[in-house]
Design a binder for this molecule. Structure first.
Ligand code: ZN
Ligand code: ZN
Length: 430
């Protein structure tokens, strides 16, 4: 309870919506959809937003993006964009709940893939739908405008498709009205009910890398009559493991090749091998250097094996940057919502999130919500809680998020939105 009637009203409305939020979350978890294929997810969201009689419900933005516009009944110039990503991942669901996904997307490029919400975007979507109910319930008391932004393809669309936050901006999602603050949060393997934040880069910079090594196809018994790309690929992979020697050890980077695609057969030396990977940099300025060194490594290593390599960088996503001013402005709200002892600083991560396109351009912040059976060790890092389900990273088949954390997320959206619109949560401008 707080000393403000409207904060109490937000909490009461949030409590009233929790059961419905859990229901949406379980439904979405059971019916996940991959990036740029979020057809039914978007339909569910739009139907709910329309039922709330928002001022506008915009659909089909950057594929299956949905934006609800709620204009408050009080005069006010501020505009908050609350953002949830809605897409799932090509990961099997082994999180062990009875609403686990058995979905397989047979038609997705590169598939068929098992599909699951292994990054918890089912929770993000359901919590923001709940927040829309809450804020619509107090609309006459709100100054300013709330944008409920349901974003597709956060995990990256198929490489020959456009999508995600940048595409939403390109399609004018914030042309009118433009937000004065963008806000969101990600569920993480952290103690349930804890909010994590970091001043500086909350999530790292990322880009997708594609390396195509080309040789000359030939019978597997006569490699000398063609050019075998496989040894070059082996050498490139080994070399990538040494790239870190060329970048400051004080700024973490990773280069991970998660997918190798060949066109050969056990008795055919194929012409090409394609490597798909991701580069992550804690400090954005390292990205150009890592790219250049990786290109040099791939091209010259390929040459040493009489093959060629082409290297492309796709889907670059800027780091999510939280400024001290916005964190300072938001901390009182976060502490009121979660409890002061449950709002903690977290270390940098090399995860990425294209919410950076919103936060970096319009101001605001992006934080994390703990959803697992964990407690904080002496060094402030999460450790499994005794008797719990353990820790499972996002994107793991075992990733899980407990339903009893969803109400907190609904309240966080609602309180942040209200406080920003009233001016209580806004950075002090010089
Ligand atoms: Zn993810
Ligand atoms: Zn995610």
């Amino acid at each position: 309870m707080t000393d403000s009637p409207i904060h109490d009203a937000l909490d009461k409305l949030a409590a009233a919506t929790t059961e419905q939020v859990i229901g949406w979350r379980r439904h979405l978890h059971r019916h996940p959809e991959l990036s740029n294929r979020e057809v039914n997810t978007a339909a569910l969201i739009a139907e709910h937003l329309r039922s709330l009689k928002l001022d506008e419900v915009r659909t089909g933005i950057a594929g299956h993006g949905v934006v609800g516009v709620l204009r408050g009944g009080q005069p006010g110039e501020r505009v908050i964009a609350l953002r949830a990503d809605i897409d799932a991942l090509p990961v099997p669901d082994e999180c062990g709940v009875d609403f686990a996904s058995h979905v397989v997307d047979a038609d997705y490029p590169g598939g068929p893939f098992p599909v699951s919400h292994a990054c918890g975007h089912d929770c993000h979507t359901a919590m923001l739908m709940g927040a829309a109910s809450v804020l619509a319930g107090v609309r006459e008391r709100l100054p300013g405008t709330v944008l409920f932004v349901f974003q597709p393809a956060e995990e990256g669309p198929p490489v020959d498709e456009r999508g995600g936050a940048r595409e939403m901006l390109a399609q004018g999602v914030f042309a009118d009205p433009a937000p004065t603050m963008a806000f969101g949060f990600h569920v993480t393997p952290f103690p349930k009910g804890y909010l994590g934040y970091r001043v500086g880069n909350q999530f790292g910079a990322s880009c997708l890398v594609r390396i195509v090594v080309t040789g000359q196809q030939v019978h597997g018994s006569t490699p000398w009559l063609g050019v075998d790309p496989m040894p070059a690929v082996g050498a490139v992979l080994t070399g990538i493991g040494q790239l870190y020697r060329q970048v400051s050890a004080f700024d973490p980077i990773t280069v991970s090749i998660g997918h190798v695609e060949d066109v050969g057969r056990f008795n055919i030396i194929g012409r090409t091998v394609t490597l798909w990977g991701t580069i992550r940099c804690a400090v954005e300025s390292d990205m150009a250097e890592v790219r250049q060194r990786l290109t040099t490594l791939a091209e010259h290593t390929a040459q040493a094996y009489n093959t060629t390599a082409t290297v492309d960088y796709l889907q670059d996503v800027p780091a999510v940057h939280n400024t001290e001013e916005w964190i300072d402005a938001a901390l009182p709200t976060m502490r009121r919502v979660a409890g002061a002892d449950r709002v903690v600083q977290t270390p940098a991560t090399l995860g990425y999130d294209d919410v950076s396109e919103f936060v970096n351009n319009y101001g605001g912040l992006y934080v994390t919500l703990g959803v697992q059976d964990a407690e904080l060790g002496d060094n402030g890092m999460p450790v499994p809680a005794p008797g719990g389900r353990g820790l499972a990273m996002n994107h793991s088949p075992h990733f899980y998020a407990d339903d009893d954390t969803l109400g907190l997320g609904v309240r966080l959206h609602a309180h942040v939105a209200h406080d920003h619109l009233t001016g209580a949560l806004a950075p002090h401008l010089p």
